[in-house]
Write a protein that binds this ligand. Structure first.
Ligand code: NAG
Ligand code: NAG
Ligand code: NAG
Ligand code: ZN
Length: 956
């Protein structure tokens, strides 16, 4: 799935606390889970005629019968489907939206069997003479008669018992007819709604991945069960029907029956069909590949699809080149849907998106919104080959699919927007986040065994927050490539041969290693062991190492890096938590060097230093490990302008959290920031200081800390003031645009002179004429937040009405966050109340709004009180919706760091025993985290206070 569960980077990039991005990920994810849950509750199992159907109760733990197992047997293989679907865009007499359809699947019998298992979920199947299907032999084969058919609900099968065997080598045809609900549950064939010119419009659309194709029609719903699909959609004349393949006949068919050309051989999870009243913009006729961007008519008229259209062609050609394989289809449709669970989905030939991930409006959206669009498009297009043309055999290899697409999405985006320095941003956007999660004792290995991933719930779990970030472990794979040798042709060649060998087929991850090994051998590259042996250490054990280099002796050691020094790892590893680490390094006067650390410790005399020299390892942060040094080298690194300040900061702060270096050493890495104007070091510092704010923003440390940051950021603020000619121009570079946001938000929140007047002035101007918002789109999020923080009810109410009026999703998102920035307790409390009123805050946004409020130090205790006072109501009335109890507990308790906090949490647990639901784990984690915070504060508060105080009392 595409950039699966991120809400949007727009907020993440611009809002005060970057950590919110991580929370947003989890929230979006839990939204999906909750939807999954409500799906299961919303529709009762289809009614079936009693004489032929028995619903067998099953215990998944003791599968005796084939239909009690979650994996299909290997006796049948689908060849092609002929599917007709008719979604009704108006309710029926019962007030339900439904679809009906029929499907014929041709399959080959591979092994003799008298049983047909085919996935079918929540479909009401028509009975023919008492059976739920019709079977026919093909090419002279005779089909046995049906003996018994029923729906096996737990494993989601239509089970067909036959009176005699199907013959190996013969082909058969199975016909089914069915009715399903076109629900608004965001899975399978579902319904999305929006208003245009005051008229409600209904869209029928799909999200099949991972296991919901079976909700649209009976099918062999596993990724390796590839087949050719012949689709037909029946729809109202005034609407458009789209699917993976091109439609036959003239494009906007006037008849209400749209047939599509047969698809390529493909997996069921990549199917898509849409019936809508959308408009599109596309490439001119005659282009090699027809590219179309579809969206609400208004959005297309306003030009919101133009950017996507402009970039899709170049990105597609980039990948054709990169993979040395032409785009496998004749058209590429991309469509923005008003309701969509993930970020986007790579359906082959018809990619579906959230509106924020495909549409871009230069007058309203920020550069972060734009980057999001470019990278999501690039991610999905990368899948057209890696994932769609060549597909993982089973879901346990999802990590390879997603991780790879994420990595190359940056290359594609870099090609489309060469000035953005996307290859640097990959470190900040992806690697740092993954490292934070993977440094916990509760992490888990990247690769799962096929047999451990069986039930749809297991498959969905692969999309969970840890794994979903962890799939971005392309870095483990590229660790080897990027940092061992200059990134060059040979790894690309391996991909090309891999795609060539496996196109239209399925693979396991070792197939890729095999091709990598072939490329390595061919290029004559020396590695310390085989690709497979090296890679196994990165994917079969969790975590990553910290490499310590003693530049006095040249001794190098490695150790499993754990953020919390007190955490206990109880998951054993066959490799003892040791890795093959490709170390790139430079030292005074010596250019980039390469060294493989293959043991727990080693000595490299080249890494010994003379008295005044320095050494930096893991140049450019491309390797997936942290680096520690002897004290002398750390001291020298603080004094000299080394190339990668961001890395020094990030390593130092993380090592300090792990108690491997002093906290004051970490703080000292921020001293040079008053001379720094680059984005990467600033953003890294901000990310790391966030924890200090959480721990100290209600204590006496806060004053000196604010004073210090104010002093450090003032030059940056003035730099941007000059660069933008008194804030009248937009900085040219993409990263400067991001850093301008840092300058303003840090300056305003620490009280740098002139900052607040600036932001409130802009906001006031907008308030004077609400249809004339002249605030630069990049700065909106931070300006709204700053002005609302400085203002009162007037500002808040204005922003609220703008939020309710927003027609662009990214704009609404920015306002929703900004409303939580106020310092007025009563406004925050009122906003909290709004969260339980779906008329005011959509249910899907309630969780994230409460978390935003809790991120505000004034809002945090209010949110905690609110949660406790309303837990009963929340738990009972919001449980089935998209509310995330875990996310809320996590968000509200992030600052907890005292004995008193701890006792309150314990009390809460006691008071609500039995009604914690999905918050149970989060509560345990919160208790654990509170303890860890208490320890950290006890150990560090004094020295942090002293350091900030002495820094701010001494002259610059
Ligand atoms: C910015 O404004 C100040 C005074 O408000 C003025 O002195 C200065 O020349 C202006 N700078 C630019 C580049 O316009
Ligand atoms: C508000 O701004 C719009 C758009 O710039 C403009 O057309 C309109 O005249 C303004 N209204 C007032 C009252 O100034
Ligand atoms: C909200 O939008 C409606 C319709 O576009 C418009 O009439 C109304 O004035 C807007 N409200 C505000 C406060 O701008
Ligand atoms: Zn993806």
């Amino acid at each position: 799935m595409g950039k699966g569960f991120y809400i949007s980077k727009a907020v993440a990039v611009t809002c005060v606390v970057v950590a919110i991005a991580a929370v947003a990920t989890i929230i979006a994810l839990s939204v999906v889970y909750a939807q999954e849950k409500s799906k299961n509750e919303a529709i009762s199992p289809p009614t079936t005629s009693p004489d032929t159907t028995t619903i067998t109760p099953t215990t998944p733990s003791t599968p005796k019968e084939p239909w009690q197992r979650y994996r299909l047997p290997d006796s049948l293989a689908p060849v092609s489907y002929n599917v007709t679907l008719w979604p009704r865009l108006k309710t029926n007499a019962d007030g339900l939206y439904i679809f009906s359809g029929h499907s014929t699947v041709v399959f080959t019998c591979v092994k003799e069997t008298d049983l047909i298992l085919i996935h079918s979920n929540r479909l009401n199947l028509t009975a023919f003479e008492g059976y739920h299907a019709k079977l026919k032999g093909l090419d002279g084969a005779t089909a046995p008669s049906l003996k018994n058919t029923w729906l096996e609900v737990p494993t989601q099968y239509l089970v067909i018992q036959l009176s005699g065997p199907l013959q190996a080598g013969s082909k058969y045809e199975l016909f089914t007819e069915f009715v399903g609900e076109l629900a608004d549950d965001l899975g399978g064939f579902y319904r999305s709604e929006y208003f245009e010119d005051g008229v409600k419009k209904v869209v029928a659309t799909t999200q099949m991945q991972p296991t919901d194709a079976r909700k649209a029609f009976p099918c062999f719903d596993e990724p390796a069960m590839k087949a050719v699909f012949h689709m037909t959609l029946i729809h109202p004349q005034e609407t458009v029907a789209l699917s993976n393949a091109m439609n036959y006949g003239k494009f906007l068919s006037q008849c209400s029956n749209t047939r599509f050309e047969p698809t390529e051989i493909m997996s069921t999870y990549l199917l898509a069909f849409v019936v809508c009243d959308f408009a599109y913009i596309g490439t001119k006729p005659g282009a090699e590949v027809l590219i179309r961007i579809w969206a609400r008519r208004k959005a297309i008229e306003e030009g919101q699809g133009n950017y996507a259209l402009e970039k899709t062609g170049p990105i597609l050609s980039f990948f054709e080149n990169y993979y040395n394989s032409s785009y496998p289809l004749t058209k590429s449709d991309q469509i923005a849907l008003p309701d969509f669970s993930a970020g986007a989905m790579e359906n082959w030939g018809l990619i579906t998106y959230r509106e924020t991930a495909l549409l871009y409006n230069p007058d309203v959206s920020s550069n972060g919104d734009k980057e999001w669009v470019a990278t999501v498009i690039s991610h999905e297009l990368a899948h057209m080959w890696f994932g769609n043309l060549v597909t993982m055999k089973w879901w346990n290899d999802l990590w390879l699919n997603e991780g790879f697409a994420t990595y190359v999405s940056y290359l594609g985006a870099n090609y489309a927007e060469p000035t953005w320095k996307m290859k640097d941003l990959i470190v900040l956007n992806e690697i740092v986040g993954v490292m934070a999660v993977d440094a916990l004792a509760s992490s888990h290995p990247l690769s799962s065994k096929e047999e451990d991933i069986q039930m749809p719930e297991h498959i969905s779990e692969l999309f969970d927050s840890i794994t979903y970030s962890k799939v971005q472990y392309y870095s483990h794979y590229y660790n080897l490539i990027l940092s061992s040798v200059e990134y060059n042709q040979w790894c690309i060649i391996c991909l090309q041969t891999y795609l060539e060998e496996f196109k239209y087929k399925n693979t396991v991850y070792t197939d890729l290693w095999k091709h990598l090994q072939m490329a390595v051998d061919k290029a004559g590259i020396k590695l310390p062991s085989s690709v497979e042996v090296i890679m196994n250490r990165w994917i079969l054990q969790m975590g990553f190492p910290v490499v310590t280099i003693d530049t006095k002796t040249g001794k190098i050691t490695q150790k499993h890096f754990l953020l919390d020094p007190d955490s206990v790892v109880d998951r054993p590893s066959e490799f003892n938590y040791e890795w093959f680490v490709p170390i790139t390094w430079i030292k005074t006067g010596v250019e980039r060097q390469q060294y493989w650390l293959v043991d727990k410790e080693a000595t490299n005399n080249d890494m010994m230093l003379n008295a005044n020299d320095w050494l930096v390892a893991n140049v450019d942060m491309r390797g997936f490990y942290r680096v520690n040094y002897d004290a002398g080298n750390w001291e020298r690194l603080l004094d000299i302008p080394v190339i990668n300040r961001a890395q020094i900061i990030d390593d130092a702060f993380n090592l300090a959290r792990a108690e491997m270096v002093n906290t004051t050493l970490a703080l000292r890495t921020t001293k040079f920031l008053n001379k720094e104007v680059e984005y990467m070091p600033w953003q890294t510092a901000r990310n790391n200081l966030d924890y200090y704010f959480l721990m100290f923003d209600r204590s006496e440390v806060y004053g000196p800390m604010q004073a210090y940051i104010k002093r450090q950021v003032s030059p940056l603020f003035n730099y941007f003031k000059d660069l933008t000619l008194n804030w009248t121009k937009i900085p040219e570079s993409h990263t400067d645009q991001y850093n301008q946001v840092n300058a303003i938000s840090l300056a305003c929140s620490t009280g740098v002179k002139g900052c607040r007047d600036l932001t409130t002035g802009w906001f006031r101007e907008w308030m004077k004429n609400s249809t004339n918002n002249k605030i630069s789109p990049n700065l909106k999020s931070t300006v709204y937040c700053s002005a609302i923080a400085a203002g009162g009810v007037e500002e808040w109410d204005f922003a609220w009405s703008m939020y309710k009026n927003a027609t662009i999703a990214s704009e609404a998102e920015k306002l929703m966050h900004a409303l939580s920035c106020t310092k007025q307790p009563w406004l925050l409390n009122r906003y909290l109340q709004y969260c339980l009123d779906p008329e005011k805050i959509r249910k899907q946004d309630a969780t994230i709004t409460i978390i935003y409020i809790a991120s505000n130090p004034i809002g945090q205790p209010l949110a905690w009180d609110f949660i406790r006072a309303n837990w009963n109501h929340i738990f009972n009335d919001y449980g089935g919706g998209s509310f995330s109890f875990g996310g809320i507990i996590n968000g509200v308790t992030k600052r907890f760091s005292t004995e008193f906090d701890y006792k309150q949490l314990l009390q809460f647990k006691e008071d609500n025993a039995g009604q914690l639901g999905s918050a149970t784990t989060a509560l345990e984690q919160a208790l654990e985290r509170t303890k860890a915070n208490m320890n950290w504060v006890a150990m560090n508060k004094k020295q942090v206070l002293e350091w900030f105080t002495s820094e701010t009392s001494s002259p610059v």
